[in-house]
Design a protein around this ligand. Structure first.
Ligand SMILES: NC(=O)c1ccc[n+]([C@@H]2O[C@H](COP(=O)([O-])OP(=O)(O)OC[C@H]3O[C@@H](n4cnc5c(N)ncnc54)[C@H](OP(=O)(O)O)[C@@H]3O)[C@@H](O)[C@H]2O)c1
Length: 291
């Protein structure tokens, strides 16, 4: 089955390409096209003729989105809408990725798929608009909401903390926002498992699901784990000091608790997300050995 991966050099797209291993899947990862441009999306998909599209392309600059509203919506709403429409016209399926930032973070317990969405910033609004567009245009879709994605590629929190751990004796990190870090490799593996099932003729239970690494923590807890993982490899062990959101103002507001409840995904597909800490160990080793 031909599968097109969109989002060439991003965290998730890189892992999708790297972990593509099944003989049942013929993965095509085309050169980057702008997914917000109708003619580019159609030309690419007409040429590749995938039976399934994995959309890992997105505008992910959460703070910059506050001043680049139009660009964020172009990539995160118009892009998925164009892809979904091509899929409908060509009887293809789509696995699209969304975010915990569609929620406002006021719920103490984990968010389930039916919980009311209320994004706090432009990025979350644009991703929510993308979800609505996909649902409206295509029946055979999965929307996987994920959170706090990290990998050895692209820009992310792990890379930033590793750099700061090299440069400083103290890291000051927000301790009053909690979520579930997710290794891009783990999400990629789950997406490819679903793709393989489709390739073998199974139909999937289409709809919206949450997928995130097992276990929750704060950004501070995440930073402490990163420092612990790199210390034996680098000999550096800076202090990690908890601060509050108020101590670290950012252009975009972020949800306080964006823990995603993944039980629906686990129940439906029989796939359990791996502990985020396991994925972290692998990524830290890869990044440290590359420096
Ligand atoms: N990162 C997180 O913490 C996080 C959390 C929750 C959900 N998610 C979601 O998870 C998915 C994967 O995110 P990620 O972490 O892999 O993001 P990423 O590393 O920022 O990668 C996004 C990719 O999309 C590409 N892209 C941007 N604009 C494009 C356009 N107009 N046309 C085609 N490609 C475009 C980027 O290319 P350039 O680099 O060349 O611009 C980049 O390769 C996204 O849907 C994201 O919203 C991410």
């Amino acid at each position: 089955m031909r599968v097109a991966v969109l989002g060439t050099s991003g965290q998730l797209a890189s892992e999708l390409r790297r972990s593509a291993r099944s003989a049942a899947l013929e993965l095509v990862a085309p050169q980057k096209v702008d997914i917000s441009v109708d003619s580019q999306v159609n030309a690419l998909l007409d040429r590749e003729r995938p039976a399934l599209v994995l959309n890992a392309a997105a505008y992910t600059a959460v703070d910059r989105a506050e001043v680049e509203r139009e660009q964020a919506f172009a990539v995160n709403e118009i892009g998925p809408s164009l892809i979904a429409r091509w899929c409908t016209a060509n009887r293809a399926a789509l696995i699209h990725v969304s975010t915990d930032y569609v929620f406002d973070g006021a719920k103490a317990a984990g968010y389930v798929e039916e919980d009311a969405t209320a994004p706090l910033g432009v990025y979350g609004e644009s991703k929510l608009a993308g979800e609505v567009a996909v649902r409206g245009a295509l029946e055979r879709h999965l929307i996987l909401r994920t959170s706090w994605v990290f990998s050895a590629h692209s820009q992310n929190f792990v890379k930033t903390m590793l750099r700061l751990a090299r440069e400083r004796d103290e890291l000051r990190v927000v301790a009053d926002q909690v979520g579930r870090p997710t290794a891009a490799a783990d999400l990629a593996s789950a997406m490819l498992t679903l793709a393989e099932r489709l390739a073998k003729g199974a139909e999937l239970d289409w709809g919206t699901y949450h997928f995130a690494g097992a276990g929750s923590t704060s950004w501070h807890g995440f930073a402490e784990a990163i420092v612990e993982e790199q210390a034996p490899l680098t000999g550096k062990k800076p202090r990690v000091t908890p601060i509050t959101t108020a101590d670290y103002p950012t252009p975009a507001r972020r949800p306080q608790s964006s823990v995603l409840d993944t039980s629906r995904f686990e129940r439906t597909f029989g796939i359990t997300p791996a502990p985020w800490r396991d994925g972290l160990r692998t990524v830290v080793r890869e990044l440290v050995s590359a420096t």
